[in-house]
Design a protein around this ligand. Structure first.
Ligand code: ANZ
Length: 820
């Protein structure tokens, strides 16, 4: 470097351009129809959890690169940002710090905003949405009222998941392996009257993913979570302990095994339990039921756990064969699924088999792979076979036919009918915590739960409340908040003192972005028409059955209310992989978080961004190493220096030499590869292509080619290709090379497919001067790769005889000569 060449100093370059872009509103989208093909690029908005760590940078900078690329492709890109500011994490952190959640949240938002800006993110700040602000949660409350009016929000007493540490109920989706999703405390059951959203009404439609470009595993997770099952509901007559008769309704997916029933099981919570239980068995049953109530569903369904149960003393009759079978209570049957009662078929169901073994109940074979009874079963046979010991149905196969035949028989006898069941439960949305939107309902002695008129919204969350968790709802401690009047009769009433689950806020925030300051509704029709649905949604996979499912439900419900025209919220979904450092997932709680602020100070935001890209494809994540930032910084400094060196050189048309042509071919290929890689979010190979192109330019800069227009065009291409990833550096270099501001308003370079086509050559491999192999390789192959491929050839191996080569001479595009 000559003394005169200026140094790459991101600390000067970056703030300068950030200020200019902000002043020019460079990333503003247009609400006008016809302003270019719209592209709604969304990234999951962050919790207001404090500092952005490197993991956040990964989560936000890759979408930023993609959005910038889309703008250069000529799209009218809306790339908004907001904060998921209500909820438990913020409240718990505020309590820990001894400050008000409102203060905690706004302090963090200020800091996170500064950080986002320092990374050069091209968010459209004018569309900022913050869920804890009254002008947002007013509409969250309004939406609740619309759901209520439609019968999609209802109140019910239910055994709920209760987190003893967070002192609040949790939705089923927030219970992971029987533990609280947030604090890992084992969840217990509690009876509470709570608000629910009727997501089950949409179970069937939520199973359809038509037209969506989503990762397969998310679709599978949602499908399993919804858990559709087709079976038969059927009544078994039972004798109650008082001598009367009743019917026990069961649900089975295996009507073909009806002749194999040797016992029945009801869930401990089943309403018939007290009446089924005879005096002799009462004490046993009551004890068992009490114990089962405090177990989680996961524990109860665990296949590892030894099955347990108690006999009620009652018997049921199998209508198929008139046999009397004992009725048990056992915790492996859940009240929340099917009918809460099952027929026990130990011959063909693993759980029933285990249960029968333990309580010495008969195990009967009714399906046989050979069509003959095989005698004693050592385990449940769950495969395909012919019906045996099944009366008039003997010999039937396959399973589907037998099921159809028995279903129709049961139906004509009037014993039952086919039924479809779903595993998914309604979404419990009440939370006994402070930091959330109040539920816009009052309770009147005469009129019960009454929705507030829309004109009374928002129901403001009072600031001065003792919000320490304590089993009740903090809002109940505020007399001023609680007291209200009934909208129906004007008499004193009591406000609902629970708040809504944060996931209610996040189920619709992306709708608010289309008209964030609109005051007469949650969104404008024209905004919704212009922007919806979200074209590409990027974020973590941990929301597979939470946010991503809830949002789909919201959209479908709102469509049915006539408030939206779309069927799905997010057309294309892309999840980021995990970033690990020192072998562990990067997270605050593990303490292995690197503050990006320091790295930005030392090496610049562009270097941090590019280092993150270089780590691996977005969907796969990668391993973070601080040293990579330095290496990338050096690369960017090389690009900078290259431009400074050539910018003053005179430019000629050139001689149209082979070398010029080669350089152009390489730059066309670079455009092709970068385009494909950004589309596929393979940002690591995008960066390595930029490195290759830089190396070529450096090489040619030392020759006459460096003074040609072919060189200049290739250099411009490099700067344009850099723009999405290192926006500040690209802007600086664009200005340095005499172009008009801004590089971010330029068209993404096009390539000529013929020029970009990978050219090939035949490599001749010699060992000790004799030709031993010929291999076809792409022209752009590196010397390293050439050696690797050559050494891997069987013939070459043979002549090496296990020895390491002493010397290798490569004549590019022609010969590799190996000396042993
Ligand atoms: C008899 C039978 C025989 C069953 C057999 C299975 C195999 P999916 O596919 O998940 O819907 N079941 C029904 N209700 C239950 C409840 N509340 N708690 C626990 N288990 C319940 O599974 C349906 C099957 O799970 C049903 O079919 C029932 O057992 C059991 F060879 O009935 B089956």
């Amino acid at each position: 470097m000559t003394a005169k060449t200026p140094r790459y100093t991101p600390a000067e370059i970056e703030p300068k351009w950030q200020a200019r872009w902000e002043a020019d509103q460079l990333y503003r989208s247009s609400d006008e129809p016809g302003a270019g093909h719209k592209w709604y690029a969304l990234t999951m908005f962050p919790y207001t959890s404090g500092d952005l760590h490197v993991g956040h940078w990964f989560a936000f900078s890759v979408p930023d690169v993609h959005a910038r690329y889309k703008r250069m492709r000529g799209n009218n890109v809306m790339f908004p940002i907001g904060f998921d500011a209500f909820g438990l994490p913020a409240e718990n952190a505020a309590i820990k710090e001894g400050i008000h959640p409102a203060e905690y949240t706004s302090r963090n938002m200020r800091n996170m905003t500064r950080q986002f800006k320092s990374m050069g993110a091209s968010f459209e700040w004018d569309r900022l949405v913050v869920t804890c602000e009254p002008d947002y949660y007013r509409w969250t409350q309004w939406l609740f009222l619309q759901f209520f009016k439609k019968g999609l929000a209802y109140r019910a007493m239910a055994p709920v998941n209760w987190c003893p540490k967070d002192q609040t109920v949790l939705a089923n989706e927030q219970v992971i392996d029987g533990r609280c999703e947030r604090c890992d405390t084992p969840v217990i059951k509690k009876d509470l009257e709570q608000w629910f959203f009727k997501i089950t009404d949409y179970a069937e439609e939520l199973l359809r993913f038509d037209g969506l470009d989503w990762p397969e595993h998310i679709v599978t997770m949602q499908t399993n979570w919804i858990g559709r099952s087709e079976g038969l509901e059927m009544d078994f007559p039972v004798e109650l302990s008082d001598g009367s008769q009743d019917k026990l309704r069961i649900y089975t997916t295996r009507p073909d095994t009806l002749f194999g029933v040797t016992f029945m099981v009801v869930a401990p919570e089943h309403p018939l339990v007290p009446r089924l239980t005879t005096e002799r068995h009462r004490e046993n049953v009551e004890q068992y039921v009490a114990r089962a109530r405090n177990e989680t569903e996961i524990e109860r369904l665990s296949t590892e756990r030894e099955k347990s149960g108690v006999f009620t003393g009652a018997y049921a009759t199998n209508p198929m064969n008139g046999e009397r079978v004992p009725v048990y209570v056992a915790d492996y049957v859940l009240m929340t699924y099917g009918t809460g009662a099952i027929m026990g078929v130990p011959g063909h169901d693993d759980r029933d088999f285990e249960f029968a073994k333990k309580y010495d109940l008969e195990i009967r074979e009714v399906i046989s792979p050979t069509g003959e009874s095989t005698g004693e079963l050592r385990e449940a046979f769950t495969g395909e076979g012919k019906l045996v010991n099944s009366g008039q149905f003997d010999g039937m196969a396959p399973k589907a036919d037998a099921i159809a035949a028995i279903n129709s028989y049961v139906r004509t006898q009037g014993w039952g009918e086919p039924a479809v069941k779903y595993r998914i439960r309604d979404w419990l949305l009440s939370r006994q915590r402070y930091w959330g939107p109040p539920i816009p309902i009052v309770y009147c002695e005469e009129h019960g739960a009454v929705p507030l008129p829309e004109s009374e919204l928002p129901v403001l969350l009072p600031y001065d409340v003792d919000f320490q968790p304590g089993g009740d709802s903090p809002l109940a401690r505020s007399a001023a908040f609680v007291s209200a009047t009934c909208p129906t009769c004007g008499k004193p009433a009591r406000r609902d003192t629970d708040t809504m689950d944060t996931f209610v806020d996040s189920s619709w925030y992306f709708l608010r972005y289309v008209s964030p300051r609109y005051e007469d509704g949650p969104w404008t029709d024209s905004g919704a028409d212009t922007w919806l649905a979200v074209d590409q949604y990027m974020g973590g996979a941990e929301h597979a059955v939470l946010h991503l499912l809830y949002s789909r439900f919201f959209i479908k419900a709102l469509r049915d209310m006539g408030l939206l025209q779309i069927n799905e919220p997010f057309i294309r979904l892309r999840n980021q992989g995990m970033i690990v450092q020192g072998g562990a997932k990067m997270s605050k709680s593990r303490g292995n978080v690197i503050p990006p602020d320091e790295m930005v100070r030392a090496h610049g935001a562009d270097a941090v961004r590019a280092a993150l890209m270089f780590m691996g494809p977005w969907a796969e994540g990668g391993t973070w190493d601080d040293a990579n930032v330095e290496a990338i910084h050096r690369f960017l400094a090389r690009v900078y220096t290259l431009v400074q060196k050539v910018r003053e050189l005179p430019v000629s048309d050139g001689a149209g030499s082979e070398a010029e042509h080669d350089l152009l071919r390489i730059s066309h290929r670079a455009v092709k590869e970068c385009t494909e890689d950004i589309e596929a979010l393979k940002m690591n190979t995008y960066i390595s292509t930029l490195m290759t192109l830089t190396r070529e330019l450096e090489r040619h800069a030392r020759t006459d080619v460096g003074r040609t227009s072919a060189f200049r065009r290739s250099l411009d291409t490099l700067i344009l290709l850099l723009a999405p990833c290192t926006p500040h550096l690209a802007e600086e270099l664009w200005a340095n090379t005499g172009h008009e501001y801004s590089v971010h308003r330029q068209k993404w370079p096009a390539y000529d497919p013929a020029m970009a086509a990978a050219e090939e050559f035949e490599l001749v491999v010699q060992v000790n001067g004799k030709v031993r192999a010929r291999v076809t390789l792409p022209t752009a192959v590196s010397e390293e790769k050439v050696k690797e491929v050559a050494l891997a050839q069987a013939r070459v191996q043979e002549f090496l005889g296990g020895k390491a080569p002493r010397k290798m001479i490569y004549i590019p595009g022609k010969i590799l000569s190996i000396v042993v």
